[in-house]
Design a protein around this ligand. Sequence first.
Ligand SMILES: Cc1cc2nc3c(=O)[nH]c(=O)nc-3n(C[C@H](O)[C@H](O)[C@H](O)COP(=O)(O)OP(=O)(O)OC[C@H]3O[C@@H](n4cnc5c(N)ncnc54)[C@H](O)[C@@H]3O)c2cc1C
Length: 467
Amino acid sequence: MKSANSGGSKNNKVVVVGGGGGGLCAAIAASEAGAGEVTLLEKLPHLGGDTLISDQIISAAGTELQAKAGIVDTPHQYLVDHLKGGRYKSDIVLAATLIQKGAAAWAWLADKGCQFPGPEALHVQHDHSLARSVKLLPPGMIPPLKQAALARGVQIFYNTRATDLLVEDGRVVGVKAEQDGQPVTYQADSVILASGGFGRNREMVKETCPALVEAVSWSSPGNTGDGIQMAQAIGAAVVSYPDMPLDAFRVIQTGADVKHKVLHPTYMMAHTRAQGAILVGADGKRFYDEMGRSFEVVQAAMTHGSFYFLIFDGRMATATAWLPEKTFEAQLESAVNDGLVAAQAPTLAELAEKIAIPSTALEETVAQWNRDVEGGKDTAFGRTESLGKIEQPPFYALRYKPAIVQTLGGLRISPQAQVLDSMGRPIPGLYAVGQITGGVHGADYIGGSALLELAVFGVIAGENATR
Ligand SMILES: Cc1cc2nc3c(=O)[nH]c(=O)nc-3n(C[C@H](O)[C@H](O)[C@H](O)COP(=O)(O)OP(=O)(O)OC[C@H]3O[C@@H](n4cnc5c(N)ncnc54)[C@H](O)[C@@H]3O)c2cc1C
């Protein structure tokens, strides 16, 4: 039944779909703004989504922590970095809203029990020009937000998958869901969608970027694009990149279908590349400046197939062996055990045979690379950093493929977190926050700005849904 107070009195009902960081922030904010009843639906048996498994890095400009550290920063400087990082594809008003409200969002999160480290922990995240990021102290974002939500009386229903939005006279008035397999309906004055991205929906990935269909996904298993599809079904518009399909994803290079905490492929890539390692496709040929930005390397790699190899030699392996946790040999062994294709051989020809790529091509690629290193110029791709010869046996190959970390396309929203239709008009009663939306980040993401987004737009959505 629709609430008698439909239209925004302090007795209104708000339903939030998705119990990650965005959903929890929105639910708390709605309750703080005076909503009479706040209900949060989570399809998995636990809260958290991607927010729970994230690295807990959060960024903001003009924070108290920066002031304590004597770091002079401005929202304007962050915005400049953000727009550049998003390759100028962000919605500038959404981006400015994110950044302008960033410092206040940190204070809001701290007030909810999220623990920030001291000023010494401030560091420069990728694509930022200044130290404005920290890693939240354990237990990270989700447990304190869950406590804060429960303390405010937010009702949380687990194993409850929202399936459809209910619409009456053009206004969203609730959600249909399946709870433990049974149909159930939640009436509401406003619905906030916070059900994350679509990294776990093979069909949506394939539709958006067929080249990524084989990619590993690091997303939480619940992130199958349900909210995007539900909103599209009632006319919501999406931000997408039809001419640049890979740009709808944040993709990085990984070693295998391993949990992301197993970082050895990433370390190996970084450390051996710094010594001169190269990447080759299944044809044994280089395809890009290996020191280029990750998404560019992946984009180039995709034209060669769904996987590629890091090639390095004994000198680089020894230089990598200082890695703190394990010796290089142990890492190599664990890479093999984790299903990563890793090989070692006394000659390049034997290495090529082991990884089933053409040996003549690999030998010629490495010979050309060595000539270029000697001449101080990468004649193929103009790589200027970390030129080093691959010549000292044994030779190594590690197999890589792209991993989807985040999806960047999603529902088009206003700065008030209202979901917009294809004419740019707000759909009454419908709000969205987090990875389900598109436009805040643009065509890439800069470190720590996704968690910031949850607090900034979560609060905006919660407050506006309660008006
Ligand atoms: C490995 C990894 C590391 C990352 N590290 C960082 C970092 O350090 N800093 C940073 O800023 N960003 C990071 N990110 C990105 C960031 O974590 C996410 O963009 C952000 O947490 C998304 O939050 P969300 O609330 O939108 O979605 P989520 O946290 O994913 O929550 C969505 C929730 O909705 C639920 N759900 C889905 N469909 C339904 C449905 N139909 N009904 C009910 N519930 C549903 C899901 O089960 C899930 O619990 C990382 C991402 C990954 C994968």
